[in-house]
Structures are given as structure tokens and as C-alpha cells.
Design a binder for this molecule. Sequence first.
Ligand code: GSH
Length: 203
Amino acid sequence: MSYKLYYKPGACSMAVHVILNELNVPFEAINQTDLKVPDFLKLNPRGQVPLLVIDGEPVKEGAAIITYLLDTHANELMPESGLERAKALEWLMWCNASLHPACGRMFWLSRQGFDESTRSRLSQLFMSQIQTLWDEADARLAQTRYLAGDRITAADILMAVIANWGLPVALGANIKRVLKDVVARPAYQRALQVEQIEYKAAA
Ligand SMILES: N[C@@H](CCC(=O)N[C@@H](CS)C(=O)NCC(=O)O)C(=O)O
């Protein structure tokens, strides 16, 4: 099986990068910082990362890529069945389908040419939605060691990647505890080194 990961440093694609490292499978990592160039658009017309080319077939959508990889290679980051798997998927999707798009609205806003008062009102609204999500995770992590329960799963890795996007949020002590734990893993450290990213969110 051959894997080619297209990533942009520090973006959501970093979760796939960390997971490929965790799985100890061979892969090629391609820094695709410029996402709108014709060669990349041929592979992914949306011009987005992550993109994992599996045996020549491009696969999009981070959560699908992560689930596929964890279903295909032995690991302890995704329970195989039962309620434990349901909770691991719940929190992976929370990161991918709730937290990520909420943060994406702030990045979208920074590219619009709104007047200052519109920008400021939207920014307050978007940031309060993001903060509510982080508060939800902190409350969960006051009850459980990791997002899905007692054991680390792919959700904690994706959460750690998103936490480092530099938005002005207040991350609770329970989240920071998990971030420190996740980022200390050799697989995460290797991805930070290759992508040349400094991890600041756990401080
Ligand atoms: N739902 C997609 C979202 C991918 C996405 O938004 N990726 C961002 C990086 S975190 C990106 O490529 N943004 C560039 C763009 O949309 O132009 C996924 O989870 O893979």
C-alpha cells in the first residue's frame, strides 16, 4: 500500500501526518502550501488539505482519511467496536464537523473586505461560538482523561492540532492537560519538526 500525504504546515492535515507517524507505516509527505496551483487542483479540485493518495487514488476529508487509516492498520487510537468506538467517533466528528468549521469562519472573515463595525460584530459572534465549543470540551475533560474516555484516540490528536491555530480563545486547564500529553508523543513531535511548527497552545 502506498501513501502520499499532501499537507499544509500546521493545518488540519497535521492530524493525518501525526496518525501516519503513530501507525509507523511508510508514507511520502508533500508540503502543499500553495493549494490553488493547477497540479494540486487536478488531484483535489477543492484545493484543500488533507489529501491522501492511496495507491494512486486521491482521498479527501480528514475524518474519512483518519478513520480509514485506523481501520486498516493496527493501533490503539480507535476502538474497534461498541460504545467505545461510538464515543471515539463522536469526538473525532466534533473536532472535524463542529470545531473545525467554527474556526474556519474566523479565517473566512479575515479574508473579507467588511467595514470595521461589521467585521467586529461577526468576529464577536464567531469567537463566542468557538469559545462555547472549547468550554464543552473542557467540561468533558473534567470528567474523563481524554475526549472519548480513559484512552487517547484520534480525536485528541485533531483537537490538539486545531488548538494551535492561534485564535484568541481561553483554553481550560483540562484541555491544556490533554494537549501537553498529546503533543509530547514522539509521533506528534516528528510532525511538528517536519512541518516546522512551534506548539504554543499548551502553555
Ligand atoms: N472538511 C474538510 C476541510 C478541509 C479544510 O478546510 N482544510 C483547510 C486546512 S485546515 C484548507 O485546506 N483550507 C484552504 C482552503 O479552503 O482554501 C476536511 O476535513 O478535510
